[in-house]
Design a protein around this ligand. Structure first.
Ligand code: HEC
Length: 116
């Protein structure tokens, strides 16, 4: 009995500590991703401040499907947003994209990274 009580306490503590549990991403839809409706707004809101055609920091211009496609083919888009080793973590000096945003981008890529 004591044991299960402690376990419950521990579980409750964890529950409130983990941000993802407080804001569950269960309703993160990743089916039939559309570049225009789902992906472009994420890139615009989080990346264009530094990577539109005018302010292409680090020589990276993310405006338009075609330019993103190049970064998908060399794996750097997922590398930077997932903070993988060997890539500069993006958005630079800002919080990582939400798990759901990353999942949408991954799903869109898996679905062929269409210009849809
Ligand atoms: C506050 C400005 C800023 C924001 C916002 C930003 N970047 Fe960057 N990014 C930079 C700078 C500066 C560099 C070049 C220097 C470096 O790598 O840190 C860069 C480099 C990159 C590179 C090449 C680095 C590599 O390791 O290959 C990619 C790809 C990239 N950014 C993608 C993104 C994406 C995708 C977003 C949005 C999710 C984003 N950036 C948001 C400033 C920014």
């Amino acid at each position: 009995m004591i044991c299960s009580g402690l376990l419950l306490l521990a579980t409750t503590a964890c529950y409130y500590d983990v941000e993802e549990e407080l804001y569950p991403t269960i309703d993160c839809t990743t089916e039939d991703m559309s570049f225009a409706a789902d992906i472009l707004p994420i890139i615009q809101n989080n990346c264009y401040a530094c990577h539109d055609a005018a302010s292409n920091f680090g020589g990276i211009d993310l405006e338009g499907h075609q330019k993103l496609k190049v970064l998908i083919e060399n794996n750097s888009l997922l590398g930077v947003i997932k903070h993988q080793a060997g890539f500069s973590p993006m958005p630079k000096n800002k919080a990582k994209l939400l798990d759901c945003e990353i999942e949408k981008i991954e799903a869109w890529i898996a679905q062929g990274a269409l210009d849809n």
